[in-house]
Design a protein around this ligand. Structure first.
Ligand SMILES: Nc1nc2c(ncn2[C@@H]2O[C@H](COP(=O)(O)OP(=O)(O)OP(=O)(O)O)[C@@H](O)[C@H]2O)c(=O)[nH]1
Length: 303
């Protein structure tokens, strides 16, 4: 069971990682999260930004998310995209704003200044990170970069980092944890999986089935992810909804398969929104009598 942690001083929150393309956002998230990535099932939550990684530590959980398109819009400055980015930033509990030390060289480009302005406008507490310092010639070269970055906003802290080498990543983590508010453990700690989407998808499908059917097939269903196939632009997921009786199967399918279709569409949309991955979902309904009392079946599903 996932504790809500509210009463025991547990801290948690969503941390948006932003910056121009190529500044090292993915590299930093990988280093921050390391092998500790473990998203096995979602807790209902509101962020619309794709989750990139979760870091669990003593008394805290930091969920790192991407912010869609933090590049300067080409034509209309006040575009919808800008509003979306601002909304995502406001939704976050903290922001990590990255700069590429080798690109700044004492003067920031318009792309960096644009992103910094969005972060400042959001009002969300932010930490600035000057990344790739391993590529600078000597320590002195870092100072003018930090000076230039400090002019772009009011940051809780500024770190000189090498996401690639892990330099200063631990002190950065401590600073992030400082900014997390009291909150629940959104994701359970546990089995590391290379396909978190499948667990999340199973949860969503189950939720949609329950919503669609209300009292009729209450807890007679369980969702199993059979196979996951990653293709270039889409992830294909084969899933099975197990029910206990043929009559329940008919109910889940609905007239002309309408109910199951609706369930699949809604579940897919939710997962795509959460993870930012394109999903193709192949859903089947199977009668598995007495699954609830079959230990081997339950074990196979990790229940
Ligand atoms: N030398 C050095 N290279 C780094 C560092 N961090 C990232 N890089 C390199 O910079 C390049 C871009 O890194 P990414 O992590 O993909 O950058 P990103 O910001 O996620 O890029 P987008 O996904 O395009 O927005 C990769 O080749 C990384 O290996 C660092 O600290 N030092």
């Amino acid at each position: 069971m996932i504790g809500d942690g509210q009463e025991d001083g547990f801290k948690s929150g969503f941390v948006a990682v932003v910056g121009r393309p190529n500044v090292g956002k993915s590299t930093l998230i990988n280093t921050l999260v390391g092998s500790k990535v473990s998203i096995t099932s979602p807790r209902p939550q509101t962020t619309r930004s794709p989750v990139r990684g979760v870091r669990n530590g003593p008394g805290y959980q930091a969920v790192f998310v991407d912010t869609p398109g933090s590049q300067k819009p080409r034509d209309t400055l006040r575009s919808r995209m800008q509003q979306q980015v601002l909304d995502s930033l406001k939704e976050a509990d903290a922001v990590l704003l990255l700069f590429d030390a080798t690109q700044v060289e004492g003067e920031l480009g318009t792309g960096d200044r644009y992103v910094a302005r969005l972060v400042a406008d959001s009002g969300t507490p932010a930490i600035a990170c000057v990344n790739k310092v391993d590529l600078l010639r000597g320590r002195e070269a870092v100072l003018p970069v930090i000076e230039a970055v400090s002019q772009t906003g009011s940051y809780r802290e500024i770190f000189a980092l090498s996401a690639l080498r892990g330099l200063n990543v631990e002190p950065l983590t401590e600073a992030v944890v400082e900014l997390l508010p009291p909150g629940p453990q959104y994701f359970p700690e546990g089995a590391v999986t290379d396909f978190p989407e499948s667990f999340i998808l199973a949860e969503y499908v189950r939720e949609k089935v329950l919503n669609a059917l209300r009292e009729e097939v209450p807890h007679a269903i369980v969702v199993e992810i059979d196979e996951v196939e990653r293709k270039e632009n889409v992830t294909v997921v084969y899933a099975v909804i197990h029910v206990e009786r043929p009559s329940q199967r008919m109910i889940v399918l609905g007239k002309n398969g309408r109910t199951i279709k609706g369930i699949g569409t809604e579940a897919r949309r939710d997962v795509e929104r959460l993870l930012g991955t394109r999903i193709y979902l192949d859903l089947k309904v199977k009668v598995t009598p007495g699954w609830r009392n079959d230990p081997r079946f339950l074990e196979r599903l990790g229940l």
